[in-house]
Design a protein around this ligand. Structure first.
Ligand SMILES: Cc1cc2nc3c(=O)[nH]c(=O)nc-3n(C[C@H](O)[C@H](O)[C@H](O)COP(=O)(O)O)c2cc1C
Length: 175
């Protein structure tokens, strides 16, 4: 599949999103044999000069599985050693955690999914260290605008005093 894409698209503009252990699908029995396969795939990806590999932490509870040791950030540490190109880290990562991960050299970028759905101005909020809107998971995967276009933009009055200076330059773009 990847090689078919690379026949028509320059490799440096192609990224691969990976879900290392497929545990979200409940394939726990397959997990033990899946890990060496996943390691093999990550090793092979080094040769393709890709834009990035998108590495996901696990959404599921791994504590009772054969890969309990890869829970949380352990999966990032594990595959960072195997894949040497640019990594985008994802799943359940906060602003502070993202900073720590990138500063530790464990990834090059961090992607935000659910926080972006809930905060139409997430970039500005991260820049200002502003509070985030509470997520409404019941709005995910819906067929209407509910949960897609009704989250509020930042109100600068909500900002802490210490971010006020930084907020001034952005005020015109915010409510
Ligand atoms: C409503 C919703 C739709 C999503 N749709 C996709 C999708 O189409 N393709 C995809 O690769 N990931 C999809 N994701 C997964 C996100 O890209 C991301 O991997 C996931 O939300 C975990 O990151 P987070 O903890 O920052 O939200 C979706 C997630 C949500 C909540």
């Amino acid at each position: 599949m990847l090689e078919a894409v690379l026949e028509v698209w320059p490799s440096e503009r192609v990224g691969v999103k990976t879900g290392p252990m497929m545990n979200e699908l409940g394939l726990f029995k397959a997990v033990e044999s899946t890990l060496p396969t996943t390691e093999y795939v990550y090793e092979k990806l080094n040769a393709y000069n890709l834009s990035h590999v998108f590495l996901m932490r696990q959404l599921a509870d791994l504590s009772e599985t054969p890969i309990a040791a890869l829970a949380g950030d352990a999966v990032i540490h594990h595959f960072r050693k195997i894949y040497h190109g640019q990594l985008i880290l994802n799943v359940g990562i906060s602003r502070e955690h993202a900073t720590e991960l990138v500063e530790a050299g464990l990834g090059d970028f961090v992607a935000f999914g659910r926080q972006y759905i809930a905060n139409p101005d997430l970039v500005e909020r991260i820049r200002l260290n502003a509070p985030l809107n509470e997520q409404r998971p019941e709005g995910y995967y819906g067929a209407t605008a509910f949960g897609y276009t009704d989250y509020p933009f930042l109100n600068v009055k909500d900002l802490h005093a210490e971010t006020e200076g930084a907020s001034l330059s952005l005020r015109s773009g915010l409510e």
